[in-house]
Design a protein around this ligand. Sequence first.
Ligand SMILES: [Zn+2]
Length: 371
Amino acid sequence: MRTETLELLAPAPGLRAGLTVHRFGMPGGAPKAVIQAALHADEVPPLLVAQQLRTRLAALEAAGQVTGEVVLLPYANPLGLAQHPLGLHQGRFDLRDGVNFNRQVPDLSATVADAVAGRLGDDPARNVAVVREALRDAAAALSAEHATQDLKRRLLQLAVDADIVLDLHCDAQAVLHLYALTPQAALAEELGALLGAQAVLLATESGDSPFDEACSRPWLVVQQRYPDHPLPLACFSPTVELRGEADTDHALAAQDADAIVEFLRRRGVIAGAPRPLPAPRCAPTPLAAAEQLNAPAAGVVVFHAAPGERVEAGAVVADLVDIDSGAARPLVAQSAGLLYARMATRWATPGRRVAGIAGTTLQRSGKLLGP
Ligand SMILES: [Zn+2]
């Protein structure tokens, strides 16, 4: 294991911030996998899983079993780890401007699609190499004016030429679930089966360029721009939601790390014969059909359904109790599906997401992710 610290632009004169990176296997080895923990810095379970991964990967490397390259970022957002306004950890939004750390990641799609014009041929492997080189060049050319921009740029530079990027997050209270690109449903289902995911949510574009799509979508855009040249989607970059923010458990973290190593083995990053794939716990569903049950007014939330429960259309998921009248207003599911996440606190402000349901009947449009 080789560890390096990439120095970020100083958050202020006299302050220093660094991004810790562990590398396993041959530098430049293929396939390349990048695993980053807690881009939303207050999502703690990934930080624990990353430690389990570090131990496993170091042992595998010592045994000569890392056949590709693995890049592990044990804490992907040191800037967010330092944000504690009034004692409350705020690791989701940059306190400088309120922008979500996992949105507005530079979208290289157009630059790369232009850069490869006239350079693609009939050989898919050669085309992948051409696109990968253009991605590296485009990421290397990104500039940054402040520390957060620099962080997003550095993370993208590390991941943009990888075959696999696992962006490890968690939700508020949740079962394990994934987000992935629609045409990569088969890979998402395979990873989901290994992790025991209970929802796999697919979209081709969810809006505002989250990190996973900044890595995977350029391939889709180039593929669509040049339909006469064969080009596989050569980067699989799901977001992995490792349950809820309070779900730090040694046994679960070990289980998750084992599942991720097994996925890397199946993809040729780690040597050895893969185990039989467990039966998936769910079929992938469209993110556009994932119901976001929001609070229509302020009030106290009293849940009638927990993460992992299947709800039917018309079911009361929670009551919203008005604190002037005492009236309880039922919050009703429009669609049947699995309740995969719900809020962790119990005071709702108007518009606040109360729960998410992985259904199949809704067709939302516009921005598909929460703020
Ligand atoms: Zn997150």
